[in-house]
Unconditional design. Structure first.
Length: 182
């Protein structure tokens, strides 16, 4: 994927502060007004549908939109896995105490960092016959859920997380990503 001079974007509302670094041309084309308009809907759906329903104060997330080379380096360094993946999440390590959030209007809760690879996203979307922007939205949701403590290390955790993802995606009018379309 051709690289560009890194571009920095910020989405800031009363509910969230998301800062992003965009590292290649493909991201420039897909992170457009459509995705930007969806961010608020996505964050609202996550707040409404997760176990963190009281998480109503402003949240902060950092995102790196990159390619396979960078995500492989990060995957190797932090997960000890030497190949690319679609999304990595790095929770901030803070315990989310929603009681404190409700009592402090100035508090911003930094959830952590998300890294998404355009190369893997495109490969998966093509092979699984998914719309790339829908797949991006799914990976974004998946990443945020990891930041909130959801995981899929065993079948029980996976079922909970996948059910929540499907519910949020359905509310956004996006097809179930776990149905095989190939």
């Amino acid at each position: 994927m051709p690289t560009i001079k890194k571009k920095y974007k910020v989405w800031d509302t009363e509910n969230y502060f998301i800062e992003a670094i965009i590292e290649n041309l493909w991201w420039e084309n897909i992170i457009n007004e459509f995705f930007e308009q969806k961010i608020t809907l996505i964050v609202n759906q996550i707040i409404e549908n997760t176990k963190n329903k009281n998480l109503r104060n402003k949240i902060s997330i950092s995102i790196l939109f990159t390619g396979d080379k960078k995500i492989t380096q990060l995957n190797k360094k932090f997960k000890k896995i030497n190949f690319p993946t679609n999304v990595l999440s790095f929770p901030s390590g803070q315990n989310i105490n929603t009681d404190n959030l409700l009592n402090n209007d100035d508090f911003v809760n930094f959830l952590g960092d998300i890294v998404i690879s355009s190369d893997t996203l495109i490969k998966e979307a093509n092979s699984e016959k998914k719309i790339p922007i829908d797949h991006l939205i799914h990976l974004f949701i998946h990443g945020i859920l990891h930041l909130l403590g959801y995981d899929h290390e065993n079948s029980c955790e996976a079922k909970v997380m996948e059910t929540l993802e499907v519910k949020i995606l359905k509310n956004l009018k996006i097809s179930d990503p776990y149905i095989d379309n190939t």
